[in-house]
Design a binder for this molecule. Structure first.
Ligand code: GLC
Ligand code: MG
Length: 248
């Protein structure tokens, strides 16, 4: 990929955020094509690599510059499948999957997800009960971890220094992209930390309750429109021609 200067950057979740409403997705992509600048894309998803790549292909999404998968535990260069080795090295030091899995196995109601991921343990739940039990157990055992609940259904146990917020912070810092015009977009619990980073962010109109519960802050825009329509609405709010003074 040829080097390019990064002036505008969209860091977005996929399911329920960029993907979910085909018409508004097409409109957003056309809008970006018509702008006088390039928009650097970072996709950040809960899916594992193969599943994320399938979605990108099925939906005809533009290839991202960076692909963050597995709830912010894996970082890849574009769609090449080339992992960021420095990131990987720094997260494995605090990853104790056997001890965490044993603790989770002793909590009734956590159903393991069948995924190939190396740096997360994921479960589905039917009620909040097992999450409270798991939280208590992990605190007693003092095993380093980060616990994330999304959509009242998915429970992810991650290395403590990971998650979508930490992964995005790392990418922006390591590539020197922090001062670009950035928009962060999400719809569910695993997006919370990246929306809270402090960059302009959007909670799309169809978001889960757990994101709506976030405190009002000037950098967080709550869209009315769903999915890519919400990203579009927020982009115009933060960077639209009249606001940012960008002439076409
Ligand atoms: C996606 C992933 C799933 C994960 C969930 C929440 O649905 O496929 O494994 O638990 O996101 O992060
Ligand atoms: Mg989502």
């Amino acid at each position: 990929m040829k080097p390019h200067s990064v002036t505008h950057l969209l860091a977005t979740d996929l399911d329920g955020t960029l993907v979910g409403d085909a018409d508004s997705l097409r409109r957003l992509l056309h809008y970006y094509e018509d702008e006088p600048y390039d928009v650097t894309l970072i996709y950040s998803t809960g899916r594992h690599l193969q599943s994320a790549l399938s979605l990108i292909e099925e939906e005809g999404l533009p290839a991202p510059h960076i692909l963050i998968t597995d709830v912010g535990t894996e970082i890849y260069e574009g769609i090449s499948g080339q992992p960021d080795r420095q990131w990987r090295a720094q997260i494995t030091a605090q990853w104790f999957p056997e001890r965490l899995a044993a603790a989770a196995a002793s909590c009734k109601g956590l159903i393991p997800q069948d995924i190939p991921s190396r740096h997360r343990l994921s479960y589905t739940i039917q009620s909040e009960e097992p999450v409270r039990e798991l939280e208590k157990k992990l605190a007693e055992l003092q095993i380093p971890h980060k616990l994330i609940v999304s959509s009242g259904r998915d429970v992810d146990i991650l290395p403590p220094n990971t998650g979508k917020g930490e992964a995005l912070r790392y990418v922006l810092q390591s590539r020197g992209w922090q001062s670009a015009n950035i928009l962060v977009a999400g719809d569910s619990g695993n997006d919370h930390e990246m929306i809270a980073l402090g960059y302009p962010a959007v909670i799309v109109g169809n978001a889960q309750q757990e994101l709506y519960a976030m405190a009002e802050q000037p950098h967080i825009f709550r869209a009315v429109q769903y999915c890519a329509g919400g990203i579009h609405e927020a982009w115009e709010y933060f960077y639209g021609t009249s606001k940012a003074g960008v002439s076409k």
